[in-house]
Design a protein around this ligand. Structure first.
Ligand code: ATP
Ligand code: MG
Length: 421
């Protein structure tokens, strides 16, 4: 007998209406669970006195709750996690065999032996389960329960066939979406890995370049010492240059290691109450010889400022900023330093009258080794100072902000939490 004749004309229209409604839900991007609920409800409408459920196979091959809007929640919860097998009720057995299983009376059906006690309190007497397939693969089951012993007729079979197919479309659609999302995520991960890789090779290139200059100095002067007949002054000068170049390399390596540690979140930061004024005064003493050499006047105005910080790291930050201000400032200019204590935070200001930093270069300032002034004959410096200073300030729970106006000067603010706030 042809399938078409099994349903009356009116029934075919009713089925089509419901199929269309569900397809529209799928197309509108409704999530799988409410779509499966609609499939179940549609079939229950067309087959009065039934309660239906959809179970879905998970990756481990276990049947999981999919939709059962009218089955008792307690029963649904009890069969969630059903493992397919030859005697696993109607659904578990249907998956195991790959074909429909009709238990016309669960109280006598041997495949229901272990599940009878679950079903009887809820008046679930007959259960007929059909596999839902995606392609060749079984992806779940569609079960129809009756209160009384029951055998499906041809009409029932045809209705279940149609709605099981609809459920499989919904599941396939969900799988396709999940696959697309996984592909997109993989693409994003690949792109970000490529970017990181690119940044890393740029960093390595810049680092090698930065180390080459002092290494060349060391090699050159060592060779001179070995091969040339140098005067005592020339020898001292050569040794001095070797010492300078070595300490430059050492400071670059220290900065690179520090930066790598803060970036990895493994920089040991001992947060304690630290007086920023004390740290500032000490840093000023250390920077004074450089300021004297450059004839730069450093004016400071500070008050006691207990903050949450790491004394050593705070000094590293302040020294970086003072060294920049003094090194990049013109001879005979003034660098102003000030601590401003607010209610919840304290801010250290370092303000210079230097050349300022052009706006288009400001954004690159916090990129390691992006040396803005490399050709302008700057003194030493690997271009790591500001990046490191900002990361350290952040690691202490603070911030570092820099504003700069070409021709006027640069203003850096380090803000830390006020320990008395
Ligand atoms: N106060 C400033 N005035 C003018 N330019 C500045 C100032 N501070 C930083 N710059 C510019 O920004 C660049 C980056 O500064 P940063 O402190 O990060 O590195 P550096 O001083 O070159 O080297 P390092 O601090 O690692 O020894 C400097 O090379 C300089 O061109
Ligand atoms: Mg610097």
């Amino acid at each position: 007998m042809g399938r078409v004749n099994v349903l009356s004309g009116d029934e075919v229209v009713a089925v089509l209406d419901r199929q269309t409604a569900v397809m529209e839900e799928i197309a509108a991007g409704t999530r799988l669970s409410p779509v499966l609920d609609s499939v179940v409800r549609s079939l229950e409408d067309l087959m009065p006195d039934t309660r239906c459920s959809i179970l879905l196979l998970d990756d481990a091959g276990t049947l999981r709750h999919g939709a059962a809007p009218n089955l008792p929640a307690e029963y649904s919860a009890a069969i969630d996690g059903l493992v397919p097998g030859p005697l696993a009720g109607s659904c578990g057995t249907a998956v195991h065999l790959g074909e429909p299983v009709i238990a016309a009376d669960v109280t006598t059906d041997p495949r229901w032996e272990q599940f009878r006690d679950l079903a009887s309190p809820h008046q679930l007497r007959a259960c007929w389960s059909s596999p839902i397939r995606s392609g060749e693969q079984v992806v779940g089951t569609f079960a129809v329960y009756h209160r009384e012993p029951y055998e499906p007729d041809l009409r029932d079979t045809e209705l279940v066939r149609r709605f099981a197919h609809l459920a499989s479309l919904a599941v396939e659609h969900e799988h396709a979406l999940a696959e697309r999302e996984a592909r997109l995520n993989a693409d994003l991960a690949r792109q970000s890995a490529e970017r990181a890789n690119h940044a890393k090779s740029q960093f390595v290139t810049a680092l090698s370049h930065e180390l080459r200059t002092p290494l060349q100095a060391i090699t050159g002067f060592t060779e001179n010492l070995q091969t040339l007949d140098l005067s005592p002054e020339q020898r001292l000068d050569a040794l001095d240059r070797i010492r300078l170049a070595s300490s430059h390399i050492l400071s670059i390596v220290d900065d690179v290691l520090d930066l790598a540690r803060v970036e990895a979140g493994s920089m040991p930061i001992d947060l304690a109450v630290v007086d920023a004024q004390v740290v500032l005064e000490e840093s000023l003493r250390l920077i004074q010889p450089l300021a004297d050499r450059r004839h730069v006047t450093v004016v400071s105005e500070s008050a006691t400022a207990p903050v949450h910080g790491d004394r050593r790291r705070l000094q590293q930050v302040i020294l970086n900023l003072l060294a920049n201000a003094v090194r990049f400032s013109p001879v005979a200019s003034t660098v102003r330093v000030r601590i401003e204590v607010g209610r919840s935070s304290a801010t250290i200001h370092v303000i210079d009258e230097g050349p300022g930093i052009p706006a288009e270069l400001l954004a690159r300032l916090f990129v390691p080794f992006d040396q803005l002034g490399a050709e302008a004959g700057r003194e030493g410096g690997a271009g790591l100072g500001l990046v490191l200073a900002r990361r350290l300030a952040e690691a202490m729970g603070g911030t570092l902000e820099l504003t700069s106006v070409v021709g006027t000067g640069t203003h850096v603010k380090v803000t830390l939490e006020n320990a008395n706030g």
